[in-house]
Ligand binder design. Structure first.
Ligand code: NI
Length: 217
């Protein structure tokens, strides 16, 4: 019988140490939320929970945003860790593939697909929207040195119309570039249901943001 509990404990300790180098938008608390969401979605979708839990815990290890110029960092660090667990070769490959393909920016170039990838991807995307998503976005924008908003961005974005964001110019642009798109990119029915409320909160937040920005003209 496979010893899932101790593998999960090992993954928790490993990931806590790994995430110390990351800012608070991608810290252990983010991983913990994604892990919990992945458990919720995975059970509802009848996924292989051993794979889901380990992949959710490990999904941001070696994230390219924090390892610029080292695209293979994720798989190198992860592979040597996975060798310490009670995993078959196919299970190991599955987890590596999920971590490799989970992120929004990679757009799954390899064509890999599984229910477990869908679940972890949805959990990660849910943590990018709603109240916590907003907090994480401004935190990450500050970490990268982006302004919250600029007069130019406000007049451009407050107008209705698609694709009027400018990638990387202000944090508020990132809502239009990514956050508002995530609801329609949920893979599972369970995540789609959870995303509704979080998406509405985002839209309400942006309305209020531009209303306050424009006070007094
Ligand atoms: Ni993540």
């Amino acid at each position: 019988m496979q010893d899932t509990t101790s593998d999960i404990q090992k993954a928790i300790s490993f990931v806590k140490a790994q995430m110390q180098a990351y800012d608070s938008s991608h810290d252990w608390q983010h991983i913990k939320r994604v892990w919990k969401l992945a458990k919720l979605i995975g059970r509802a979708e009848k996924a292989n929970m051993r794979i889901v839990e380990l992949a959710a815990l490990l999904h941001d290890v070696g994230d390219h945003k924090f390892h610029e110029g080292e695209p293979d960092a994720a798989s190198r660090i992860l592979e040597s860790f996975l060798n310490n667990l009670n995993l078959s070769q196919p299970e190991k490959m599955e987890i590596l593939q999920i971590v490799e393909n989970v992120s929004f920016s990679k757009k799954n170039k390899s064509g890999y697909h599984s229910l477990e990838l869908e679940v972890v991807q949805d959990a990660d995307r849910l943590d990018a929207i709603g109240a916590i998503g907003i907090a994480r976005t401004f935190h990450f924008g500050g970490h990268k040195g982006f302004p919250i908003c600029t007069p130019e961005a406000a007049s451009r974005l407050a107008k209705p119309g698609e694709d009027n964001f400018r990638n990387g110019l202000s944090t508020i642009d990132h809502f239009f570039e990514k956050l508002l798109l995530l609801k329609d990119q949920m893979n599972t029915v369970t995540a789609r249901e959870i995303s509704e409320e979080r998406h509405q909160f985002l839209e309400g937040y942006l309305d209020q943001f531009f209303k306050e920005w424009q006070v007094g003209g």
